[in-house]
Ligand binder design. Structure first.
Ligand code: HEC
Length: 444
């Protein structure tokens, strides 16, 4: 476990955005499935063992039908994304200070798989119970009655394990996400127990729970009433009962979402904020209102398209929320990422030396054309000052120039501040050498 982070290589800075994108994709798939299953487990268990009436039991049968229908769904939407998320974390959160986070993620992965196995058993024993209840039992047959009782026990237990397992997994997941956002470079230490008392963790957990409940009802409405291929068969009475329940559940759980989206936004640490965080939050809130509108329309006239739209829009809400989580974490880790990228440059150099490959040197002229020429000429003022007037002071001070390029500070009140160009040190050195060289040639 602690060895894992040694196994991954440092990565090239250019791939940061690719990593971010893959991570968002994996998170979106995983959130969808994870939340849907968690919601299904909670609602089913509640309806079956607390409500107990026949209609509720039929409803449970409908709820359990889709999420666990095929193993391939579990693998494609659950296991693979979770492993991708874990691997990207190993690359991204590199260093001993993250070991306990990785260990907790791994524990969570096993907890997730275990809970799902329990849910499979919950579902299959449920089917068996249904068959039993339909068969006229020979009351004298002890064997049959025993079999049925043991099946019922197994059913109850596996349902309980699955539900509690997924809830715990969701809670651990909230801790992990809050902990990653808390990363600061100075003295980061992951203290599991302090997170048990952290308000932010509970808010996140509640919000994830809320999404889970919305998902159960919205997916259920979409699959059973909004889409011709999977239309629910059965008695009209029962269908109406299920439809009405789901509609109510969906509307209430969706209605509270904007409050949570905004409260959570307020709790994002300052260094994790960027305009994308506000954009994704805004999109989520707007979508939520449109969904409410669609559900309301559906309750007035049952046109299945309303359900389709609300389902797809809720998927977009899930994508927005997972993007927000990933982007927040990547913002916090920006300086860490630069550090790792430097490790990569060193690693690459060493490897190339070892393999006797001639290193392709970073080209200062190319960097100048790509990153500086939009604002700088040597002999004329553009957005920035002409190099011929600012470079004299750096002529014998290359280090200072490199430092300025890596991290520009305000110099001349005549000009706006120069934005940082996101170069890594070897690139800044190359471009500094290039502009100094051209400047010297010009001044001859
Ligand atoms: C978006 C426009 C912009 C880009 C792109 C840009 N600069 Fe600048 N640069 C400026 C501005 C504006 C100033 C003046 C800042 C000040 O005086 O505070 C400046 C100032 C400078 C200075 C003078 C610093 C001093 O001490 O007076 C140097 C050197 C410089 N830039 C190098 C670069 C290099 C190298 C690149 C490319 C990697 C680059 N700049 C890219 C806008 C830009």
């Amino acid at each position: 476990m602690f060895l894992m982070s040694e196994l991954t290589l440092p990565f090239n800075y250019n791939y940061t955005n690719v990593l971010k994108l893959v991570s968002i994709l994996a998170h979106s798939l995983f959130y969808f499935y994870f939340f849907w299953l968690t919601g299904t487990a909670i609602v089913s268990y509640f309806l079956e063992f607390f409500k107990r009436d026949d209609a509720s039991k039929q409803f449970v049968k409908v709820l359990l039908h889709f999420p666990l229908k095929k193993i391939s769904t579990l693998i494609v939407l659950g296991i693979i994304p979770l492993i991708v998320i874990y691997s990207i974390d190993l690359i991204w959160l590199k260093g001993n200070e993250f070991d306990s986070i990785h260990n907790l993620s791994l524990i969570n992965l096993f907890l997730f798989i275990l809970s799902i196995l329990a849910l499979y058993s919950y579902r299959s024993t449920f089917d068996l119970l249904v068959v039993f209840s339909k068969t006229v039992l020979d009351k004298d047959s002890k064997d049959l009655i025993e079999l049925m009782e043991s099946n019922l026990k197994k059913h109850k237990l596996s349902g309980l394990i699955g539900t509690i397992g997924l809830l715990s997994s969701l809670f651990l997941y909230s801790i992990l996400n809050v902990a990653k956002l808390d990363y600061n470079q100075i003295d980061y230490r992951f203290d599991f127990f302090s997170y048990l008392l952290n308000v932010q963790v509970y808010l996140k957990f509640l919000y994830y729970l809320l999404i889970s409940i919305s998902l159960v009802y919205l997916v259920n409405l979409f699959l059973n009433f909004g889409w011709a291929e999977t239309q629910l068969e059965g008695s009209i009475e029962l269908n109406d009962f299920i439809k009405e329940r789901s509609l109510k559940g969906a509307m209430i759980s969706v209605l509270v979402q904007p409050a949570f989206i905004l409260i959570e936004l307020l709790l994002f640490p300052k260094n994790s904020l960027s305009y994308m965080i506000f954009l994704t939050s805004g999109i989520a809130v707007i979508l939520v209102f449109i969904i409410l509108n669609q559900l309301n329309a559906y309750s007035k006239e049952s046109i299945s398209n309303y359900l389709k739209y609300s389902f797809f829009m809720f998927i977009m809400v899930v994508i927005s929320i997972s993007s927000r989580d990933v982007i927040g974490i990547s913002n916090v880790l920006k300086s860490k990422t630069v550090e790792i990228a430097q490790m990569y440059t060193t690693y690459e150099e060493n490897l190339k030396n070892k393999l006797n490959i001639k290193t392709v040197s970073i080209n200062g002229e190319e960097i100048f054309s790509a990153k500086c020429s939009a604002c700088h000429r040597f002999d004329a003022k553009l957005v920035g000052p002409p190099y011929n007037t600012v470079l004299p002071k750096y002529e014998n001070n290359r280090e200072q120039l490199v430092k300025f390029i890596l991290n520009p500070v305000k110099v001349d009140p005549e000009y706006p501040p120069m934005p940082a160009q996101g170069l890594i040190p070897p690139e800044a050195e190359a471009v500094a050498d290039y502009i100094l060289k051209v400047y010297k040639e010009n001044s001859k």
